[in-house]
Design a protein around this ligand. Structure first.
Ligand code: NAD
Ligand code: IPM
Ligand code: MN
Length: 351
């Protein structure tokens, strides 16, 4: 029997609530499909920061390196500045384990509705392939002349040929397994150095994939297209910041943030990958037991797939579809009255 060692980091806010439900469902899947999930839980969070001054211990990355995969709830909560909590946990994990692909598939599931009127499920299926290790998320820069009239902040973006090429190649390979269409989101008309560089590499890679239909689109126009003509979009490849923004937009048009999973993937499998929802800790609803756990459960299916447990992944996905289609157990964001735990239990029972 395969026994997988999984690091569980519930984190902050609703991250904790949805993590419990995802584990409930994944444990049920393991039981049914005959593999083991050995969980080790880490209390790394803003609460821990308040007590110890650290989001994770100094050897946190070494500890995580021992695991097959990581399931993360969410990081960040009022009281600790976001740059402290996120650069103290989330971003270092993505980088240390070279999780340079942030894969964010969305799809309108049965029983849920899009904010876009009269759209069918087959028109609302896409995946954001977000560059996850460089770009706009750089530590280069700083603040100068604090408190003076000439105060300013400077942030440098870093786009390397290796970094851009590998994410674009990943998107093309993925497009070959889907509808064979990929669109790259840049802002090359307004950003003179980094984005034309990205476009150039995109065109080079496109030549190596003659069967894939490729297109370069300005991100502002692509954002409009995502709302007005989502059926024209399948695989989107974008930089770290652009991919971040587009993934919340894609989630919003396909049923909301409570529905969108995410995988921080190290394609070479030299290190653990990390699975989480696209959404954050949602302080506005934290502690109320009403967060939608579906995004985190679907992140769990991505983890199962990555582990090679494709059949179990499909079964969990189908269980989510069954429960949502029946429409009896839905959280408030889906128009229902169910709690996080009730929805998680319903999915586990549907397995
Ligand atoms: P958010 O995603 O936490 O919340 C945005 C809105 O969506 C809120 O109104 C929230 O109630 C709603 N929402 C989100 N997930 C939901 C769910 N599962 N069910 C029902 N409603 C849901 O974004 P934010 O408010 O900008 O960020 C809150 C904190 O989370 C910040 O500290 C931020 O930095 C952090 N964050 C962390 C991650 C991560 O850990 N990967 C991702 C995004 C944001
Ligand atoms: C996400 C989040 C993070 C990101 C933040 C919290 C740093 O928005 O995972 O989408 O931008 O990567
Ligand atoms: Mn985000």
């Amino acid at each position: 029997m395969n026994d997988y060692r999984i690091a569980s980091i519930p984190g902050d806010g609703i991250g904790v609530d949805v993590q419990i439900e995802a584990r409930k469902v994944l444990d049920r899947a393991a039981q049914r499909f005959g593999f083991g999930l050995s969980w080790t839980e880490f209390d790394w969070s803003c609460e821990r920061y308040a007590e110890t001054g650290k989001m994770m211990p100094d050897d946190g990355i070494e500890q995580l390196a021992e695991f097959d995969q990581i399931l993360l709830g969410a990081v960040g909560f009022p009281g600790v500045p976001d740059h402290v909590s996120l650069w103290g946990l989330l971003i270092p994990v993505r980088r240390a384990f070279s999780q340079y692909v942030n894969l964010r598939p969305v799809r309108l599931l049965p029983g849920t509705t899009s904010v876009l009127a009269d759209r069918t499920a087959d028109e609302l299926e896409m995946v954001i392939v977000r560059e996850n290790s460089e770009g706009e998320y750089s530590e280069l820069g700083g603040r100068q002349n604090r408190g003076m009239p000439g105060e300013f902040a400077l942030q440098e973006s870093v786009f390397t040929r290796v970094g851009v090429e590998r994410i674009i190649r990943y998107a093309f390979e993925l497009a070959q397994t889907r509808t064979g269409r990929v669109v790259s989101a840049t802002k090359s008309n307004g950003i003179i150095h980094t984005m034309p560089f990205w476009d150039e590499i995109f065109a080079e890679v496109a030549e190596r994939f003659p069967t894939v239909h490729s297109e370069q689109c300005h991100i502002d126009a692509l954002a409009a297209r995502m709302v007005q003509q989502p059926e024209r979009i399948d695989v989107v490849v974008a930089s770290n910041l652009f991919g971040d923004i587009l993934s919340d937009l894609a989630a919003a048009v396909t049923g909301g943030l409570g529905m969108a999973p995410s995988g921080n993937i190290n394609p070479e499998r030299e290190h653990p990958s990390m699975f989480e929802a696209v959404h954050g800790s949602a302080p506005d609803i934290a502690g109320q037991g009403i967060a939608n756990p579906v995004a985190q459960i679907l992140a769990g299916t991505m983890m199962l797939e990555h582990l090679g447990e494709a059949e179990a992944a499909r079964a969990v996905y189908a269980a989510v579809e069954t429960v949502l289609a029946a429409g009896e157990v839905a959280t408030p964001d889906l128009g229902g009255k169910a709690t996080t735990a009730e929805l998680g239990t319903a999915v586990a029972d549907a397995l």
